[in-house]
Ligand binder design. Structure first.
Ligand code: MF3
Ligand code: CO
Ligand code: CO
Length: 250
């Protein structure tokens, strides 16, 4: 039995947590422009969550020091907000927010393009979002978890981009990270595990312009592409219903 299977009343709570995450994005979005520091973004996130009775699930998680992750350009995931790091024109940045509200966690990330961005970088950002949405669209009871990775690869492959294999989506609910792991690439081992109503998990494909591999900075968190090329990611928390899936974080 999968741990991240929840009752309808819990879906209401996940929706409440997810809606705070979505509204936090709406709150910060007008400010995500050239010149703002990632430290400023973190403070805005912290203030919004506090004012809405929520807290960051990331702060203190395995010693993580900030309220959100800010991953610029070649950073795949887990960039740490800093006061001495400012967004500049041409950057692509992922902001990843996970909030806990009344005991339930919701996790989402979005990409932001700062000023005019190179057309191939725009294609990368769009492809990552299309991959996530296509994967969400195949989710329904009885569908093997392996269909998620298969779908993402089928969207990404024609563009010549690669799918990061070092980080996965995850079950979520009363804890931020739970089983099952959600692979963003096809693996036969997930053929056997079928989605059931009530299953709650994230889909968060990380798509790289160059090679799939990564290296970790000396801070122990920041994961960069091995070749320095750009990376993009989008993430939603979803729940399996009787006939498909609902998105909690939009
Ligand atoms: N939000 C991330 C995810 O998608 C987890 C961040 S944990 C942190 O799973 F500690 F790095 F913030
Ligand atoms: Co996340
Ligand atoms: Co996640």
């Amino acid at each position: 039995m999968l741990p991240s299977v929840y009752a309808p009343k819990d879906f209401k709570r996940l929706h409440a947590a997810g809606s705070i995450v979505a509204r936090c994005f709406d709150f910060i979005t007008p400010h995500i422009n050239a010149g703002i520091s990632t430290g400023d973004i973190d403070r805005m996130v912290a203030a919004f969550l506090r004012e809405n009775g929520a807290r960051s699930s990331s702060l203190g998680y395995k010693g993580y020091p900030k309220h959100c992750c800010t991953s610029i350009n070649d950073v795949i995931v887990h960039g740490i907000p800093r006061d001495d790091e400012k967004l500049k024109k041409g950057d692509i940045v992922n902001i990843d927010l996970t909030a806990e509200y009344k005991g339930f966690h919701a996790d989402s990330s979005r990409m932001f393009m700062i000023g005019n961005v190179d057309s191939r970088a725009q294609e990368l950002v769009q492809t990552a979002q299309d991959a996530m949405n296509s994967a969400i669209a195949v989710c329904a009871p009885g569908v093997p978890l392996s269909e998620i990775g298969r779908t993402i690869e089928s969207v990404v492959r024609p563009h010549g981009f690669s799918v990061s294999r070092d980080f996965v989506g995850h079950g979520i609910g009363k804890v931020m990270h739970d089983d099952p792991q959600i692979y963003h690439f096809y693996d036969k081992k997930w053929e056997k595990v079928k989605m059931v109503p009530g299953l709650v998990f994230t889909i968060e494909p990380m798509i790289n312009m160059g090679v799939a591999g990564c290296k970790i900075d000396t801070d122990g968190w920041t994961a960069r592409t091995a070749d320095g090329c750009l990376s993009a990611q989008w993430e939603h928390t979803i729940g399996i219903t009787e006939d498909g899936a609902i998105i909690f974080t939009e």
